[in-house]
Design a protein around this ligand. Structure first.
Ligand code: DAT
Length: 176
């Protein structure tokens, strides 16, 4: 099956929980006019969970249901996806992958503020220290489309947004 040619790019924003994916993605959607889809919210709305992970204290995503449900909107392009994982999406979905990175002390404060503690807090901090999501992204997508972005301060968020808006414009010109 031939992919429909898209006039707007699909963007994956990934990274450890708390690195700022939703904050960045929503603002980016507002400023670019692209659609924003947070995978956790999407799964909740569409009951696309298949149980609860007691060790990680989070619902288990029904990945097949999520992918089937999103295939149509993704094929039209112009979607920003926000998720703390990236290895199960079809590679062809995304034109670019941004991996948000946050310093450990900053991330610690954000996660504590979110109510994380104990194993859940430790696991998420380790995920960032060992750059698990960055490695996952590099293994799942062509390395030239994977970009690491610092996400510690509001200034960094601002420059990330400006950079990505510029990237979107350029992509549209290249694919017009
Ligand atoms: P995620 O979607 O990756 O779990 P979030 O967008 O919910 O993260 O952000 C987590 C918290 O951090 C939230 O209180 C907003 C804050 N935050 C996000 N990006 C930030 C940035 N660049 N500078 C300062 N605070 C930020």
């Amino acid at each position: 099956m031939m992919a429909v040619s898209r006039t707007e790019p699909n963007i994956l924003i990934t990274g450890t929980p708390g690195t700022g994916k939703t904050t960045l993605g929503k603002e980016l959607a507002l400023q670019s006019g692209l659609k924003f889809v947070n995978i956790g919210d999407y799964a909740k709305e569409n009951e696309a969970f298949e149980g609860y992970d007691d060790a990680y204290e989070c619902p288990i995503l029904d990945e097949d249901a999520v992918m089937d449900g999103l295939e149509d909107i993704i094929s039209h392009g112009g979607v920003i996806i926000d998720y703390h994982g990236c290895d199960f999406f079809p590679e062809r979905w995304f034109d670019v992958v941004f991996v948000l990175r946050t310093n450990n002390t900053v991330l610690y404060d954000r996660l504590v503020q979110r109510g994380y503690s104990g194993k859940k807090l430790e696991d998420n901090l380790q995920c960032e220290i060992f750059q698990t999501i960055l490695e996952e992204a590099k293994e799942s997508y062509a390395t030239q489309i994977v970009h690491e972005l610092p996400s510690n301060t509001w200034d960094e968020r601002h420059s990330n947004i400006q950079m990505i808006l510029g990237w979107i414009d350029q992509w549209k010109k290249d694919h017009a």
